[in-house]
Design a protein around this ligand. Structure first.
Ligand SMILES: Cc1ncc(COP(=O)(O)O)c(C=O)c1O
Length: 450
């Protein structure tokens, strides 16, 4: 690392705080530049970004049309307060309405704020107080969004906000109801009805679920899950809010993950892929009925940076890029290739228990033993094998997200088959290493038992 990079890292370490880290253990890389699916560190190593940063850099690093659109807006108007009308805000609202089939958008700065505002709106519109969410979910790190998350990151800051009731997930590989595909009666939906009954149907304002659960295991629901959930919400006058912060804007090959299932939520929250991370922006997109409520009732919410003109201009350009460059078609093509490679890994490596993917949104769930499905690391924990896997990828300059017993492969949506294949080859090398060490371990256990 050169002297400049050392200084950058040192100042970051000395004067800034890093997310989800014991500060003394934070070891940030200096990111010097990026291009497409790659970025370069302080030692000029080229990294393959197999995580699209935080699963948000959908169009890859430094897309020229984005840079141009942001610069144009900066030259024209950098800021307008949230009560002003601006060209980029109007254009974006109209486009979001067109691609989601919903009516109006309230802009925030990120995903957590979008979920905070969606929950607040649901309470205002229905006059009810409770929100149902799922255990394996992440909705953001602000206090309300953190409570809405079932993710164990909520535990150290509990108790959070009142009124959150959690239910179980459509996690078919480890069904919380002990079912198998052949015996399943969609208890993952029917138990929600029981919870609604127990909590008092007229007290539930909304059910808030991730479009496709992302950082808690990439849980792709069965095809009839969403239609059943939609029907349940309609039966009890509950609003359905889908958090598409991670799963929206092309990650699964469509604007919204729920578009794969033919249902329309009452509200959609989004962020990340809305601007591909080039500018901070989140949004709550609401149905006609919700929008109409606020035509004659106060929207008790506001943010200094709501509708920031530069963020909106970046989003307008980003959505245009998705269309002009046929990016969702690439997600479908590369997604098929990715799924086939993952399926082959599941057949080949003893440590791959399950693989789940939709578009370029995928996870490998790793186990010690395929029959018992014992996880390679415990829930909310790590293990030497997972550490070894992550270290191998890092040593090969593949940037990928791993957590508990899972490894995510979520590259930028512009990736080519050759780039994807090169990264997956390295993932395979890491899996071979882990499978080998598990094999050696089980041979040692068998030897000791003899
Ligand atoms: C599904 C989901 N919702 C909300 C958030 C929070 O978004 P932000 O970090 O922009 O507040 C995230 C972030 O990872 C997410 O994955």
């Amino acid at each position: 690392m050169d002297a400049h990079s050392r200084k950058v890292v040192q100042e970051n370490r000395d004067y800034t705080m890093f997310s989800w880290s014991v500060q003394g253990a934070a070891a940030p890389l200096h990111m010097k530049r990026g291009q497409g699916v790659y970025f370069w560190d302080g030692e000029d190593n080229r990294w393959l970004d197999f995580s699209s940063q935080l699963i948000n850099l959908n169009i890859g690093h430094q897309h020229p049309k984005m840079l141009e659109a942001i610069k144009k807006q900066v030259d024209e108007l950098c800021f307008a307060g949230p009560s002003f009308a601006t060209e980029s805000r109007g254009l974006l609202g109209k486009k979001l309405s067109e691609v989601t089939g919903l009516a109006k958008t309230f802009f925030t700065l990120g995903g957590a704020e979008a979920n905070e505002n969606a929950m607040k709106m649901a309470k205002l519109v229905t006059g009810r107080s409770k929100i149902i969410t799922r255990y394996r979910s992440y909705h953001g790190a602000t206090m309300g969004a953190m409570t809405a998350s079932g993710d164990p990151r909520r535990l150290p800051v509990e108790p959070g906000i009142p009124g959150i009731v959690r239910v179980f997930d459509p996690y078919c590989y480890r069904c919380p109801f002990g079912q198998k595909v052949e015996t399943c009666h969609r208890e993952c939906v029917s138990h929600i009805e029981e919870v609604i009954q127990m909590e008092g149907p007229t007290s539930i304002a909304a059910i808030l679920v991730e479009g496709i659960t992302g950082s808690n295991g990439l849980l792709v629901p069965p095809d009839d899950y969403y239609p059943k959930l939609r029907a349940l919400c309609d039966k009890y006058g509950i609003l359905l809010i889908t958090d598409e912060v991670m799963s929206g804007f092309g990650r699964t090959g469509k604007w919204l993950a729920t578009q794969h299932y033919g249902i329309r939520p009452d509200m959609v929250t989004c962020a990340k892929g809305l601007t591909s991370g080039y500018m901070p922006l989140g949004a709550v997109i609401v149905s006609d009925a919700v929008a109409r409520y606020f035509e004659s009732n106060m929207l008790w919410g506001g943010l200094t940076y709501s509708g920031h003109p530069v963020s909106c201009a970046a989003a307008v350009a980003n959505l245009r890029i998705y269309e002009e460059e046929n990016i969702f078609a690439n997600v479908e093509t590369q997604g098929r290739y990715l799924a086939s490679r993952l399926a082959a890994m599941k057949r080949k490596y003893s440590c791959v228990g399950d693989v789940r993917s939709i578009g370029l949104f995928s996870v490998l769930e790793l186990v010690k033993d395929k029959t018992t499905r014992e996880p390679l690391a415990p829930f909310n924990g790590s293990s030497p094998e997972m550490t070894k896997l992550a270290a191998y990828l890092k040593s090969k300059h593949v940037y990928a997200f791993s957590r508990f017993n899972m490894l995510w492969v979520c590259p930028p949506l512009i990736i080519t088959e050759a780039e994807l294949s090169a990264g997956l080859d390295i993932v395979e090398e890491a899996l071979a290493l882990v499978s080998e060490s598990l094999g050696a371990e089980s041979a040692a256990v068998a030897e000791a038992a003899r």
